[in-house]
Design a protein. Structure first.
Length: 52
């Protein structure tokens, strides 16, 4: 995958985490969850491209 695609997935993860945090009433938790999921997705997508 290109770096732009992994960056877009990261932004989507942040947005989803923020939305989950809004729904649960705890934006900090949602932001942290989205950040963690986004970082993991970047690592997975970039390593997938490297070993493909």
């Amino acid at each position: 995958m290109r770096e732009a695609v992994s960056g877009a997935v990261f932004i989507i993860c942040l947005g989803l985490g923020f939305t989950i945090g809004l729904l649960l009433g705890n934006i900090e938790f949602g932001g942290a969850f989205g950040l963690g999921a986004g970082l993991i997705s970047i690592l997975v997508l970039r390593n997938y491209e490297k070993y493909r």
